[in-house]
Structure formats: C-alpha cells, structure tokens
Write a protein that binds this ligand. Structure first.
Ligand SMILES: [Zn+2]
Length: 198
C-alpha cells in the first residue's frame, strides 16, 4: 500500500512536520534552487526552510529559464551562497543596506556545481559565504570540512548573521524533529552512513 504523503512537507502523513513549521518574516529574500535529486531525499531541509519563511521561494530544476526575472527583484541585491575565490563572508546589514536576495543552490557539491555550469547567470552572481565556524549541530553529512551544514542550518546561520540580533531558530524545529525521528528509527550509525551526501 503506498504511503500517503503530506502534499505540503512531503513527509508521510503520519509523520507530517507541518505543525512544527513556523511562518517567519525576514528582510532577506531567500531563493532556493533545488536539484531534482533532492526532492525525495529523506532530509529535504530546503523545503522546510522555504515553508518556514514568508519571504522565500523554492524552485526545483536543473536549468532555470526564469532566472532573469527571479534575480531582478526590485529592492534586493542578488547574492549566491556558494564558495568561491571572491566570495565575501556575510555581515550584518547596516541601516542603508538593501537586503539580499540570497540564492541558495540545494544539492550535493557536484550537483550544485553542475547547476552553476548550466545556469551562467547563477555562476556570474557575486558570492557570499557563511561567517567562520559554522559547525552542524548534527554532523550528519560526509562533510568536506567542518563548515558543512544542512541547507536549513546554513540559511538560519546566514539570516542570523545578516539580520542580527533576530533569531531564526524556530526554523530548525521541524528539522530537529526529523533528525530525532530518523535517528531513533534506524540507529545513529546507519543513519550517518546512509544520509551523508555533500
Ligand atoms: Zn506536512
């Protein structure tokens, strides 16, 4: 019998996370570009971030035809959250700053690089990175370095840096529940082995 899925959070209906998902305001607009391979991943944290922020949008694809329109939102300066030689660590907004349209590729490093390659407009965006020392509380992924965070954690850290001292911690609530459920269900070791994909 197929499991019934919640159409909003895409979890099985019996484990729907929607009651835990907040509805937060942010000055920053977040645009999540999700590789199709992530959609049915057990830890679809990009979707949790997109649902929990009023000023966020998630688009699934590999080639994004609509990018010129998506990136030219008036009142925002578009930045790509991705490492690069010229990437600048984010800092708190000053009073005169236009808020960012923070573009966040969601996929493994390899898939994310491919997305940049296929979408030159993305690759051409000025880049920003998280401030030093972002360590995942969960360390669930085979991380290339200590800074590797899940997508929702990276977004929380970015927003808390840009919009300090506002807290975006409620965005992590459904993620925490998801993690706890996953770990309890399969044992931590198996979980770590199977759910690492950066
Ligand atoms: Zn749901």
């Amino acid at each position: 019998m197929p499991r019934i899925q919640c159409p909003r959070c895409l979890r099985p209906q019996s484990h729907c996370l929607c009651p835990l998902i907040p509805s937060l305001d942010s000055r920053t607009r977040v645009l999540l570009l999700q590789h199709p391979s992530e959609v049915n991943h057990a830890l679809n944290t990009a979707r949790l971030a997109a649902l929990g922020l009023k000023n966020a949008e998630l688009i699934v694809g590999e080639v994004f035809e609509d990018l010129p329109r998506l990136l030219s939102q008036t009142g925002y300066q578009a930045r790509l959250l991705f490492p690069g030689e010229d990437a600048h660590p984010m800092q708190a907004y000053t009073a005169s700053d236009e808020p960012l349209l923070l573009v966040v590729p969601d996929g493994t490093w390899r898939k994310a690089r491919k997305m940049l390659h296929l979408n030159p407009l993305l690759a051409a965006l000025p880049r920003v990175t998280l401030a030093e020392g972002g360590v995942s509380r969960y360390r669930l992924r085979k991380a290339p370095g200590p800074g590797a965070l899940s997508t929702v954690e990276a977004i929380v850290q970015a927003l808390e840096t840009l919009e300090a001292p506002t807290s975006f911690a409620p965005l992590l609530k459904p993620f925490e529940a998801l993690i706890e459920g996953q770990i309890a269900a399969m044992g931590e070791e198996t979980f770590l082995r199977n759910h690492t994909h950066q």
